[in-house]
Write a protein that binds this ligand. Structure first.
Ligand SMILES: Cc1cc2nc3c(=O)[nH]c(=O)nc-3n(C[C@H](O)[C@H](O)[C@H](O)COP(=O)(O)O)c2cc1C
Length: 181
């Protein structure tokens, strides 16, 4: 119990207490679920929002099954879909990284983002929405692509609950020390 409390204090001072600390919520969302959670995090923390978008807005088909097939090929081949310009990240100490779960991992545009953005020295906090797989390998794969960052425990939320997850998000942010009780 004492140990848990100490860890919480360290996280709080790192994330919320540092002078001039700024937080960004970077997310990709194809159908709005991950965007809902991103908005809840930004509302709770006062963070800036950055939506990761493919350069070609018709890059993915509108049809679900066709999208899953394209995504499966992409993940298998390591294809990185081109995304619009990444904002200047230097002023951010903490970056939440949000993604839908795609085939057990992050959506490919998030992989493009993490491959091109330099998040070293920053605190990275993963979150994802899903249709039943929970965390799967999503957070582990985000951690793998940000080896020089510090990581806080993330959250996985059912896509269908994403409109009503404000309380869950608050509880999680408090648990990891981003919000004080
Ligand atoms: C290409 C693709 C692959 C998916 N793979 C999974 C999966 O492996 N496990 C899962 O639980 N949900 C999977 N889903 C469902 C999405 O993770 C879920 O609907 C998510 O909330 C969508 O978020 P969004 O509205 O922000 O795009 C997949 C959806 C798509 C489009």
């Amino acid at each position: 119990m004492k140990k848990f409390f100490t860890v919480g204090l360290i996280a709080a001072s790192t994330v919320a207490g540092a002078a001039n600390a700024k937080t960004l919520v970077a997310y990709y969302s194809r159908t709005g679920n991950t965007m809902n959670v991103a908005n809840q995090i930004a509302a709770a923390t006062g963070a800036d929002l950055y939506r990761i978008e493919t350069v070609d807005e018709n890059y993915y088909p509108t049809e679900y099954t066709a999208t899953t097939e394209q995504a499966q090929r992409e993940i298998r081949d390591g294809t990185l879909p081109p995304i619009k310009d990444i904002p200047d990240l230097t002023e951010y100490d903490t970056v939440f990284v949000g993604t839908p779960c795609w085939w057990g991992t992050m959506a490919s545009p998030v992989r493009t983002f993490l491959t091109n953005a330099d998040l070293s020295g920053k605190t990275v906090v993963p979150f994802n929405t899903h249709g039943g797989s929970g965390f799967a390998n999503v957070h582990m794969n985000i951690v793998e692509l940000t080896p020089n960052s510090t990581h806080l425990n993330g959250i996985a939320i059912y896509g269908s609950q994403s409109k009503n997850s404000t309380d869950m998000v608050h509880e999680w942010l408090t648990e990891i020390g981003v919000l004080s009780e």
